[in-house]
Design a binder for this molecule. Structure first.
Ligand code: NI
Length: 251
């Protein structure tokens, strides 16, 4: 079920059979000369939307702006500060928990979000601790590429030039879902340089076209479809296992 296309009575009915909800989370930021600005939120959304029908999963709206300050040297990138993102994630979580959701699974599409998502979990859990709540809720972070088998498939499809930003894997996923938005460019060099991530001016000076270590020219919609199907299946299994976990050790 997609929460955005459901009514409140349908969500009330869903809560009678499950207390688990999946929130795709990502970032709106440059992805090189051919990658869509939405790539990092589109990928988890595409995978979650692909999986929801088969797995009776409830998918929340996508949290689609994250930690992208280092990409602000490129037009179209939008970023939250870590403190803003933590506050927004807290409000989303508390809203869902107020209706009875106990397991909130964040399917992430942006490596730069990881530290802030983990800090948000600490912030949210600490609120419950201060109030000494008898029952809390469980939060889980999973990057889509860390779902079982997915990185191995990406490495088989793209043995060289995978890189870490504007990767052929993520661009292939968006090509599979949005074939009308496929772009092309002459990459020079074919495989982009690698290095550290600091602030926006430094990032633009190091990575002229926005890519890091990648050759996205290898992406195809067919390869994207393979990744989406495998990741979708793995997501269903991972969410089921999370839903079955006890919230408290004593349960
Ligand atoms: Ni990305």
């Amino acid at each position: 079920m997609l929460l955005a296309l459901s009514t409140w009575p349908e969500i009330e009915g869903y809560l009678e059979r499950s207390k688990t909800v999946v929130v795709p989370i990502g970032s709106n930021e440059q992805h090189g000369p051919t990658g869509l600005l939405g790539t990092d939120w589109l990928c988890p959304e595409i995978i979650a939307h692909h999986a929801h029908g088969e797995g009776d999963l409830l998918i929340a709206p996508t949290f689609n702006v994250g930690m992208a300050q280092h990409h602000l040297g490129f037009p179209g990138s939008i970023s939250l500060r870590p403190s803003t993102m933590i506050a927004a994630m807290r409000d989303w979580t508390v809203s869902l928990a107020a209706h009875g959701f106990e397991k909130i699974y964040f399917l992430n599409g942006h490596g730069g979000n990881v530290a802030t998502i983990e800090a948000a979990f600490s912030e949210i859990y600490s609120e419950a601790s201060w109030r000494r709540e008898a029952r809390g809720y469980a939060l889980k972070l999973k990057n889509w590429w860390d779902l079982p088998g997915v990185m191995a498939l990406c490495n088989r499809l793209f043995p060289e030039g995978h890189g870490s930003h504007a990767t052929p894997s993520e661009i292939a996923i968006t090509q599979f879902a949005y074939p009308d938005a496929i772009k092309s460019a002459n990459y020079a060099p074919r495989i982009a340089p690698t290095g550290p991530i600091r602030e926006a001016a430094d990032f633009r000076a190091r990575y002229a076209d926005g890519r890091m270590g990648s050759d996205p020219g290898q992406a195809t919609p067919e390869k994207g479809g393979q990744i989406v199907r495998l990741a979708g299946e793995a997501l269903i299994g991972d969410v089921r296992a999370f839903a079955a976990e006890a919230i408290h050790g004593a349960d």
